[in-house]
Design a binder for this molecule. Structure first.
Ligand SMILES: [Zn+2]
Length: 151
């Protein structure tokens, strides 16, 4: 088997932040690292699932909505993938910060939290989404410039 590109990054050196994982034509894959890899502190499934519902909805309804290809959680539970088409990283970062802030300010339940809309609709909690999004927003506000893993 060929080792895929994302396994070639030294995960012991990754800190929370927003990184470009790969570029395929006009599609950019961002790694949104909300937790430190192998740091012993992972998202639980409810947090991951709740953030997925909130950010997928808000990003697709926001300014870059038409250019969002995919948003979803990493299996390792340390972050999310965001795929966009034909956008500068700074524009994606700004839209993401808005979606994170809108989640933190959200009134009411998680979007799509009914049996007809979701495959595990009881496993959602807006407070879990808010906690993760507030922490990651603080990370992005500290991150200046570079989106390269540089490792
Ligand atoms: Zn769901």
């Amino acid at each position: 088997m060929k080792r895929i590109a994302s396994f070639s990054v030294d995960h012991d050196k990754i800190t929370p932040g927003m990184y470009i994982s790969r570029i395929d034509g006009d599609i950019t894959t961002f790694d949104l690292r909300t937790r430190t890899p192998n740091g012993g502190d992972y998202m639980d499934s409810r947090t991951m699932h709740s953030v997925e519902h909130m950010l997928a909805t808000l990003l697709r309804n926001g300014e870059i909505g038409e250019q969002v290809i995919y948003f979803g959680p990493m299996g390792c539970r340390t972050g999310f993938y965001l795929l966009t088409r034909d956008l500068a990283p700074e524009a994606v970062k700004n839209a993401l910060k808005k979606a994170l802030a809108d989640t933190v300010a959200h009134k009411g339940a998680v979007f799509g939290a009914t049996r007809k809309e979701c495959g595990n609709y009881l496993d959602l909690d807006i407070d879990d989404a808010k906690r993760e999004c507030a922490a990651f927003l603080a990370v992005l506000e500290q991150q200046n410039g570079g989106f390269d893993y540089a490792i």
